[in-house]
Design a protein around this ligand. Sequence first.
Ligand code: SAH
Length: 345
Amino acid sequence: MTDIKSMTLEELTAWFRDQGEPAFRAKQVFRWLYRGATSFDEMSDLSKTLRQKLEETCFITAPQVARKQVSAQDGTIKYLWELADGNCIETVLMRYKHGNTVCISSQVGCRMGCAFCASTIAGKVRNLTPAEMIDQVLFTQLDSGAPISNIVLMGIGEPLDNFDTVMKFLTLVNHPEGMNIGMRHISLSTCGLVEQIDKLAQRGLQLTLSVSLHAPDDETRSKIMPVNRSVGVEKLMETCRRYFQTTGRRISYEYAMIDEVNDADWQADLLASLLKGTPGHVNLIPLNEVEESPLKPSRRVAAFQKRLEGHGVTVTVRRKLGGDIDASCGQLRRKAMKAAQGEGR
Ligand code: SAH
């Protein structure tokens, strides 16, 4: 069976041609898919025979809402979706003045092992498909009624560890007949896979790359982010500089503030020196506490910010949305997994 929503319009056109169908059929079907059609029956401008043929050879993905939490504070919505194989992933809808933003997952679980992150505790189960990534945007929009204008790939998973799928997703979501979301409205966050960052640079996309730095020194970074043990901070920063030179796009560096781990003045000084000569911007994230982890939120966010600003670094502190609904990614899936394990006992 063919996963029809994972196909680009070009692939779909070729597929229809192979079936002896005119090329414009591809566009018709493509449009239906991006209107949220979940069966070929709904595609009323196709002949019955064609609909039947599609039914027999293709399937249309459609996740089920397993749980939905709406924040009473700020209208943030968190979805736990159940995929066709029973796995669950999370998507968060955030409402900002500049538009509605969805934070989407790229994998079921994650294998990067960051010490502060809930998504990686049980490891990686599998990669998502392009369709499963599209569905998060599409069905969040349909279910909430909120038109989506921005996407951040900051949910469960490491997007650059599912590189080809993520590239295809970007093509689909950007396509005028698809979700039609501009590249400049998309951010991709990575823990810092250097080879893939170089590969991404070659694509010359206008998206925003966010690099999860979280520490400026190898000792600290290797402790909290295993990925740093093979490629240290220096090589990562070299790669980031190269990314900027190739694409002309400024990188946003994420820095989760952890109590007495990465929040000392000397670390702010070192961070500022790393950024010298590369235009970039630091986003300080108040740590979300994860039950399984002993790490605590820093009490020095403002002081750290000031110290960085003193060095001329552009710094923002991420506003916390959906604090009342476990909105930081990985937590809802984790809870659901634990509940399921409890039931199984
Ligand atoms: N794998 C990618 C994208 C997913 S995580 C990455 O590493 O960038 C999205 C962001 O949330 C990353 O910066 C990640 O480090 C951060 N993050 C994960 N757990 C967190 C927590 N408990 N508190 C604050 N930020 C967290």
